[in-house]
Design a protein around this ligand. Structure first.
Ligand SMILES: CC(C)(COP(=O)(O)OP(=O)(O)OC[C@H]1O[C@@H](n2cnc3c(N)ncnc32)[C@H](O)[C@@H]1OP(=O)(O)O)[C@@H](O)C(=O)NCCC(=O)NCCS
Length: 216
């Protein structure tokens, strides 16, 4: 694992990377959460959204090839008593299937966390599979008094504090970017990629459970 870490280059995504990143995203997410996927379309739309943070949206490069990427958007926390904190949301985060479980995801997240901390963001907050993120130091939102806008505490709501202590003493609600409400247009966009079969696989059930399950 350390060998590839020595050679791994992380840098912000450039316009020439866009299609490669979309292909990579489609490759890694296809049939993972739903039959087919919409993450490559989300990546495509994100870049033009005002909440997108290009300098923290990275590609991971090995031997000149893009093998991973993170997309980063602004989010925020609010509290009933008028508290407001600027936060980041990382996702989609992708490592090419051939290179997964070798530390590339960890390296990208660490780079975004360091840069986010330097820029004064309070936390990285996302919805995802806990098993992908607890190893990076993420905790469940419930344990940091962070809920969704409807007051729920999904198992998959995860937060990494960047400014320890800043969240303490208040109950927070997270507001993700509206860019995650993916509009119509997926099928037309997907038709610009090679045809691929949509099918069910067990990971879809697991993902649905992670988002529906609540912490008490
Ligand atoms: C999730 C993803 C980005 C992680 O990147 P990665 O480079 O494979 O992850 P790392 O090698 O940095 O692993 C970091 C830690 O995450 C945990 N982890 C990652 N995948 C895991 C899995 N499937 N099951 C259990 N733990 C896992 C492990 O604790 C791992 O630590 P280890 O090195 O001690 O094994 C990558 O696997 C991927 O692209 N998956 C498909 C797309 C996806 O699911 N994206 C996230 C959406 S929620």
């Amino acid at each position: 694992m350390n060998d590839i870490m020595t050679d791994l280059v992380l840098r912000p995504e450039a316009p020439a990377d866009h299609r490669v990143v979309e292909e990579l995203t489609r490759e890694a997410f296809w049939n993972l959460h739903v039959p087919g996927c919409d993450e490559h379309y989300l990546v495509h739309l994100m870049r033009d959204h005002p909440d997108f943070v290009p300098e923290l949206s990275l590609v991971a490069i090995l031997d000149g090839q893009i093998v991973g990427n993170t997309m980063t958007t602004r989010s925020r926390l609010s509290s009933d008593d008028g508290g407001e904190l600027e936060t980041l949301t990382v996702g989609p985060v992708t490592v090419h299937p051939k290179f997964q479980r070798r530390g590339i995801g960890r390296a990208m997240m660490a780079r975004v966390a360091d840069a986010g901390r330097e820029r004064g963001f309070a936390a990285i907050i996302l919805l995802g599979h806990p098993h992908n993120y607890v190893g990076y130091g993420f905790r469940n939102g419930k344990d940091l008094s962070i809920s969704m806008t409807d007051g729920s505490h999904p198992f998959g709501l995860l937060a990494l504090e960047l400014a320890p202590g800043e969240l303490a003493g208040r109950a927070w609600v997270v507001h993700f970017s509206e860019v995650f409400e993916v509009p119509a247009g997926l099928d037309e966009f997907d038709a610009t990629f090679p045809p691929r079969q949509k099918q069910w696989q067990p990971s879809q059930e697991l993902y649905a459970m992670a988002l529906r399950a609540q912490l008490v």
